[in-house]
Design a protein around this ligand. Structure first.
Ligand code: PHE
Length: 339
């Protein structure tokens, strides 16, 4: 092994290091020349065949070449690594001006919002919140409210029967009976929740919500009822809305009335939502029928009262000017996010 051969290996190695396009190629070149069975390592093994006096000098030469190649390698490695990092940063650049992927946030459903607003108004008049079961005993939904079995008044409400004695409650009025049975007058309660009727069109849902109010005290008149409802309606809709009380009939109130609000869509001119009457009915009311007190074992006429029941969806339609009640349960976010 001559010095020229050693020099030849060195030149070839330097060329290979220079030619490397990336750190993998460079590493492979290093293995080829400086690795365990690389060209330079092989020359070391040849030392054994040299005469004793030439060994130290040759050994030094090989070591010098090795040091030189290693220094060249680590410089080339640094350069290639830098180049690679730069090109990676270039190609994976983050565009901080891109719009972020915003997750839509949920919000209160308009029906929930309206219900809470109603609670707020009634709470200021001293009313406390009550609830009741959605599957009601026939007794609470009908009988105790003076709607006997086989009586034509039952036809007023298209009922989903569960079995002989249970129904999906058709109104929140059974909450009146629960309260009369479990609490002592004077009472001011407001009940709420879903109710169910076999009915569905532009202004009726089979599953809607009601707000029930009941006041029981020592001298309660129709004037108290009108005053309370007028205050409540004005607070909720604002002073611009027109309301009217229309004589009506409910087996559990006597006298009874229906409460109408002017139609927000046609402003009273007549449209399909208000069935061309200019008015939308929001619910019923009246003085509690003595028969109801009798069922609930509350002393009458010592205690007297009034009650009202309003449809929450109807109130929301009027407040927001929505022209189809069926939009509320559909839960289309394009509709819901407007509230
Ligand atoms: N429960 C009646 C209905 O759903 C409304 C009502 C409630 C009427 C209270 C009078 C008193 O139609």
């Amino acid at each position: 092994m001559s010095q020229t051969q050693l020099n030849d290996i060195k030149q070839k190695a330097l060329k290979a290091f220079q030619a490397a396009q990336n750190s993998t190629e460079l590493y492979n070149a290093k293995v080829q020349y400086l690795g365990k069975s690389g060209a330079l390592t092989e020359t070391m093994k040849l030392m054994a065949t040299l005469p004793k006096e030439e060994k130290p000098q040759f050994g030094k030469l090989v070591n010098d070449v090795k040091t030189e190649l290693e220094a060249f390698y680590s410089k080339a490695e640094d350069e290639l690594k830098n180049k690679e990092i730069n090109s990676q940063m270039e190609s994976e650049k983050l565009d901080l001006t891109l719009p972020i992927d915003i997750q839509p946030l949920g919000s209160e459903h308009p029906i929930y919002k309206v219900t809470n607003e109603i609670f707020g108004i009634m709470a200021r008049l001293g009313y406390a919140l009550r609830t009741g079961p959605m599957i009601e005993k026939d007794y609470y939904n009908f009988e105790a409210l003076n709607i006997p079995k086989n009586h034509p008044a039952r036809d007023m409400q298209d009922t989903f029967f569960i079995d002989e004695t249970h129904v999906l409650r058709t109104h929140t009025s059974p909450i009146q009976i629960h309260s009369l049975e479990n609490e002592k007058p004077p009472l001011r309660v407001i009940g709420t929740g879903p109710v169910f009727r076999c009915d569905s069109d532009i202004s009726h849902l089979p599953n809607f919500h009601q707000i029930e109010g009941m006041c029981v005290d020592e001298k309660v008149s129709m004037a108290d009822l009108k005053g309370t409802i007028s205050f409540f309606v004005k607070e909720f809709f604002g002073p611009g809305l027109k309301t009217r009380f229309r004589p009506s009939f409910f087996p559990f109130t006597e006298p009874s009335a229906e409460v109408d609000c002017s139609c927000p869509i046609c402003k009273g001119k007549g449209c399909s939502l208000c069935k061309h009457t200019g008015w939308i009915e929001i619910g019923g009311c009246g003085l509690i029928n003595p028969k109801v007190f009798e069922f609930a074992k509350v002393e009458y006429p010592k205690w007297q009262g009034f009650a009202f029941g309003f449809g929450v969806e109807r109130m929301a339609i009027i407040k927001y000017g929505v022209d189809d009640i069926r939009l509320f349960p559909q839960n289309d976010v394009r509709f819901l996010k407007q509230f």
